[in-house]
Ligand binder design. Structure first.
Ligand SMILES: NC(=O)c1ccc[n+]([C@@H]2O[C@H](COP(=O)([O-])OP(=O)(O)OC[C@H]3O[C@@H](n4cnc5c(N)ncnc54)[C@H](O)[C@@H]3O)[C@@H](O)[C@H]2O)c1
Ligand SMILES: CC(C)=CCC/C(C)=C/C=C/C(C)=C/C=C/C(C)=C/C=C/C=C(C)/C=C/C=C(C)/C=C/C=C(\C)CCC=C(C)C
Length: 582
């Protein structure tokens, strides 16, 4: 296993600095860097990818690029590495100091914190849906992982406690023991999830916008494809209600969906629910040794090794259009880069609202914004605590909703908690654990405050969440804290460059499953989107799939994969029409 790239001491509260990429003689670029030195220059500890990129820039080894990727979240990095593995020359431009976006990391006083979720799907060594494993492999990387014996421990109203064991039979038996009168319904609902998961797992996953591949899959696996087509416009809550009557059990399924979609089961596409409710047992949840940040640094290093580039502190402000086609990008320092295609890993709100702000919003995007709103952001608390506060055998991930099911989707209503040091003690100094606590919160709650009011509010809200956890799970928690950092929705907006700090898109009303979710092509020729505002939505494995699909479609369009212009026009038109039905 190749070692993780050198880690950067990258505090989350550090402003992304002015870009420092150098101009290239061979670029069509007007290069007028306005200077500006990183406020938090971290020069001595650059990831390998940073150093190589800077060297290449100095040597004038730029372009011509097949694709420019704006942003190095997992979606952008998977698109970039898949393209590089197909022989494309890619340039990734990242605003922040290190790769990963919401799947990044930071270090403090000997603790290594995951910026976002520590629950990793798609990281096993079997099947077709281990997309993280496959993405790393495409650029010659493999990470050591630690199997989690459970996915999450639910602590729910009326003292309902359900542990989602890694082994499916153990989980199902535990759930049936809590709802024995619903045994048949439980088996039928989760059985339907397996039918969908098995269909997904039997396919080779590539772009659903590429007709030669799509029709090929229908030809080779007609039953599986028809199963998926049947469930594509359906939601988990409706299927659950066909088999289950008990309101508390339906609420439990809401919580199952909420932790991965930020909405209840009636609003969660059945395909997405099936994917997560089964992969956690099929491949299991596996945690990368050294932390989630290693995935992005490994992908970035692999990308550079394949001859492509990644520049940090490169803030893209505009997509450049020529005769209506996307041909390049401009940075905040005025520098320009050009390529055959541009792929945006910024959210669709940021891509069309900021990078193309002078252009009228295309009809397709109006439709997207009609169907989807920005999910709220998070309040997150990263803590280092004395190990003695956790009882022996504490599970790694918890979800807490104390008294009232109606609070599930309310801001601060429920609490997510991950303790990754249960699996990988190397993330904290000896005798300590990491607690990553988060809860949904809207940006509107945090606007218009003075610096002092803002800091005080963070303290008050965080202390209340900690008090609730202390009461429910860990007596003495407050006194065990040795380090505490609180991030608000404003922190997420600032450091993840996500509009209003949003976690991702969520349906405005009751969706028709995944039908309305746009794929990667956009109505602008040469411009593609990747990440969680594309099919199939939020989630690290979901954006990895979006990256794989995007790379396939782009590769076909630039001649690295087969394509049929006639079939393309037909399929893309059909998909556009299907979306209008949603
Ligand atoms: N929001 C969270 O707290 C959180 C936490 C953990 C995991 N996740 C998962 O990660 C998924 C998101 O992954 P993703 O790949 O879509 O994106 P991402 O938001 O993780 O990454 C996007 C990257 O693009 C960069 N970027 C944005 N605009 C830019 C610009 N104009 N110029 C240069 N760089 C720019 C950002 O700095 C960021 O690194 C979410 O759906 C979620 O499931 C989210
Ligand atoms: C085209 C047409 C129209 C038709 C045709 C038919 C077909 C063939 C179809 C197909 C389809 C497909 C392939 C699909 C696919 C899909 C997928 C892959 C999906 C996926 C998904 C995933 C997901 C959603 C995930 C998610 C996850 C998440 C979000 C996670 C999160 C986590 C967290 C937050 C954590 C928690 C924690 C605690 C509790 C502490």
């Amino acid at each position: 296993m190749p070692p993780l790239a050198a880690r950067v001491q990258a505090p989350p509260l550090l402003a992304p600095a002015a870009p420092a990429a150098r101009p290239s003689a061979r670029l069509r670029a007007s290069s007028r860097p306005r200077g500006g030195v990183s406020r938090g220059a971290l020069a001595s500890e650059k990831p390998a990818a940073v150093a190589v990129a800077e060297k290449a820039a100095e040597d004038g080894e730029h372009g011509p690029y097949d694709a420019i990727v704006v942003g190095s979240g997992i979606g952008g990095l998977v698109a970039a590495t898949q393209l590089a593995a197909k022989g494309a020359r890619v340039l990734v431009l990242e605003k922040y100091l290190i790769p990963g976006g919401s799947s990044g990391y930071y270090r403090r006083d000997g603790f290594t914190f995951d910026v976002g979720s520590s629950v990793m799907f798609g990281f096993s060594d079997k099947g077709n849906l281990n997309l993280i494993t496959q993405a790393l492999k495409a650029v010659g990387r493999k990470m050591e992982v630690l199997p989690d014996p459970s996915t999450v421990h639910f602590h729910l109203p009326r003292d309902l406690s359900v542990l989602v064991h890694r082994k499916y039979e153990d989980f199902i038996n535990e759930l049936i023991s809590k709802f024995p009168h619903e045994k048949e319904g439980i088996l039928k609902f989760y059985g339907t999830c397996w039918k969908i998961f098995n269909s997904l797992n039997s396919l080779e996953l590539k772009s659903l916008e590429e007709p030669l591949y799509l029709f090929g899959q229908f030809f080779q696996k007609p039953l599986e494809c028809l199963t998926l087509a049947y469930y594509l416009p359906q939601n988990a809550g409706d299927i659950a209600r066909k088999f289950i009557k008990d309101q508390a059990l339906l609420s439990f399924i809401d919580a199952e969906c909420f932790i991965v979609s930020t909405v209840n089961a009636l609003q969660t596409p059945m395909i997405n629910a099936s994917m997560v409710l089964c992969d956690r047992h099929f491949g299991g949840i596996n945690y990368p040794v050294g932390g989630v940040g290693g995935i992005a640094t490994s992908l970035a290093d692999g990308l550079v090794e394949k001859g492509s580039e990644i520049h940090y502190k490169a803030n893209v402000t505009n997509v450049i259009l020529e005769n209506g086609k996307a041909v390049g990008v401009r940075l905040s320092n005025g520098k320009e880069f050009f390529a055959k295609t541009v792929i945006s890993n910024a959210t669709r709100w940021d891509t069309f609202g900021k990078l193309l702000k002078d252009k009228e919003l295309p009809e397709e995007e109006k439709n997207f914004q009609k169907n989807f709103v920005k999910a709220p952001s998070f309040l997150s608390i990263h803590m280092g605590v004395k190990a003695s506060v956790l009882p022996a055998g504490t599970d790694c991930h918890h979800f807490v909703l104390e008294d009232d099911w109606n609070n599930l989707e309310k801001p601060y209503g429920s609490i997510f908690l991950s303790i990754p040091t249960v699996l990988d003690p190397s993330l904290a100094p000896e005798g300590h654990h990491i607690l990553h606590i988060f809860t949904t919160a809207g940006i509107e709650d945090w606007e218009g405050l003075s610096r002092k009011e803002y800091e005080e509010k963070k303290e008050v809200v965080a202390n209340e969440i900690i008090r609730r956890l202390e009461k429910k799970l860990f007596p003495g928690l407050q006194d065990s804290i040795v380090l505490k950092e609180v991030g608000s929705p404003k922190t997420h907006r600032r450091f993840l460059a996500r509009n209003d700090g949003t976690y991702g898109p969520m349906p405005r009303g009751k969706p028709k499953g995944l039908l309305a979710m746009p794929f990667n092509t956009t109505s602008i020729d040469g411009l593609y989107c990747v990440g969680d505002s594309c099919f199939p939505g939020q989630g690290v494995i979901a954006v990895a799939f979006s990256g794989i699909m995007c790379a396939h479609r782009v590769a076909a369009d630039i001649g690295l994969e087969q394509k049929s212009p006639v079939l393309d026009a037909g399929l893309l038109g059909l998909l556009r029409w299907l979306r209008t039905l949603a």
